[in-house]
Design a protein around this ligand. Structure first.
Ligand SMILES: Cc1ncc(COP(=O)(O)O)c(C=O)c1O
Length: 437
């Protein structure tokens, strides 16, 4: 932090961009950098909105990549963070009371959670799930779905942003720096296609440790019976089932996708909401599987090592607990989903009235514009929808003060109110008319 607050407060968007461009690759914080004309630096978040350092307001549908389900700066979360930070930001190597209270709450909420292990991020949680599955079964491969996102590690890099269909089950990473040797540790199948999954399991069941699935893959909802079918197939072939609930956990329902779709996996990964916007994730699952991480097993081949400086961070745990308390309020999810349906309906009306041939894909609190007639079943159908037009529409929205990342699935938060809906429908109307000219 600068030792000169006056200098900081007088900086505007342009000054900040000079720093970003000279110091940060792509002038960003990760995988996204917005075009120059629409980029902005965030000064603060308030409810369903963001304010840039230049004082411009945006309705925020990125919602911290889904972490801020109850909006920014919720008073209960801020109070919990203040109180907990006042007793120490971080400890390592011993338990803390906030993490234990959160573990108890997670175990009560998550159907498959006989045990919990804490992580710092969702990526760590998915990587640990894979390691646990490999350690428990002694098999090398994980079957994932084409276009599914499981985080930033090497195994997740397979078929993350595919541009063309894979030669199933052969999996290739979409980014550089991943050792070729890892090709033999991943397989890939199209989402919503049980027949292909079954064929791969029949061919590779001796090698496959687990099937890992995002129960809602980006904005693609599973067809009726798909997740139950995966459960039945994994049982039949003696393979573990992992749900990546980093996004769906506590968003689709308090018990996540497991409760919403009524299917119980062996292991599940979490992030985002469980840390209330702070650095915390977890793995939940069967006791016998999570016991592979027990340090008492050190030295054994089935010991799955986990460790991290920030695992179970007390401030993030306090933020998570405060968030979960709000989500537990009676009727929260009914109200939340009803408002999200109303909101998607309002956006669809604007598309219809302006004659833009797109749909508002998604359900519950997930949404994204796609230029297609029906909800896609898999990643190739998403790509076939003409991503250039949806990116152009998203850019117009950004110009109009609506924060979305072009062609990235977005969220509705409980903090979005009637004024936000009015602002975004007006901005969408302008965006649609601008596209037509
Ligand atoms: C389904 C899914 N899994 C894993 C991750 C990785 O989580 P993190 O960014 O916290 O590492 C993400 C992040 O967006 C995600 O959407």
């Amino acid at each position: 932090m600068s030792s000169n607050p006056a200098k900081n407060s007088s900086r505007n968007n342009r000054d900040h961009w000079q720093i970003a461009e000279s110091l940060l690759p792509g002038a960003g914080l990760g995988g996204y950098s917005l075009p120059r004309e629409v980029r902005f630096v965030i000064r603060e978040g308030r409810g369903g909105r963001l304010v840039s350092v230049d004082g411009r307001e945006y309705v925020d549908f990125v919602c911290g990549a889904g972490a801020t389900i109850i909006g920014h700066n919720h008073p209960a979360v801020i109070e919990a963070v203040r109180e907990r930070a006042g007793r120490g930001m971080h400890f390592f190597g011993a338990l803390n009371d906030a993490a234990l209270e959160l573990a108890e709450e997670l175990a009560a909420a998550i159907p498959c959670a006989e045990r919990i292990i804490f992580t710092t991020t969702g990526s760590e949680a998915t990587a640990y799930c894979m390691r646990i599955a490999r350690a428990a079964t002694g098999r090398p491969r994980v079957l994932k779905f084409e276009g599914a996102y499981h985080g930033n590690h090497d195994y997740a890099a397979f078929s993350m942003f595919p541009a063309a269909p894979a030669k199933y089950p052969a999996a290739k990473p979409d980014v550089g720096g991943v050792p070729v040797a890892l090709d033999a540790t991943m397989s890939v199948a199209p989402f919503n296609d049980l027949a292909t999954v079954e064929k791969i399991l029949a061919e590779q069941s001796e090698e496959i440790a687990a099937v890992m699935v995002e129960p809602v893959q980006r904005v693609i909802f599973p067809h009726d019976g798909f997740l139950a079918g995966l459960r039945a197939l994994t049982h039949r072939y003696g393979v573990l089932l992992i749900f990546d609930e980093v996004v769906t956990g506590f968003r689709l329902a308090y018990g996540g996708a497991q409760e919403y779709f009524g299917v119980r996996p062996d292991l599940a990964s979490y992030g985002k909401i469980v840390g209330g916007g702070g650095p915390l994730g977890c793995v939940a699952g069967r006791a016998d599987l999570l016991e592979t991480t027990n340090p008492g097993r050190k030295g054994r081949a089935d010991y799955a090592y986990i460790n991290g400086t920030l695992h179970g961070n007390p401030v993030a745990a306090a933020a998570g607990l405060a968030t979960l308390r709000v989500l537990r309020e009676s009727g929260f999810y009914d109200r939340f989903h009803a408002r999200a349906d109303e909101f998607r309906g309002a956006l669809t009306d604007v598309l219809t009235q302006t004659g833009v041939p797109a749909i508002v894909a998604g359900a519950a609190s997930f949404w994204q514009f796609l230029f297609t007639e029906r909800a896609p079943a898999n990643q190739m159908e998403v790509l076939a929808s003409g991503m250039q037009r949806s990116a152009a529409l998203d850019l117009e929205l950004l110009r109009g003060g609506v924060y979305v990342l072009p062609n990235v699935r977005r969220f509705f938060s409980a903090a979005h109110d009637a004024a936000d809906q009015a602002a975004v429908t007006a901005a969408l109307g302008r965006a649609c008319r601008a596209l037509a000219t």
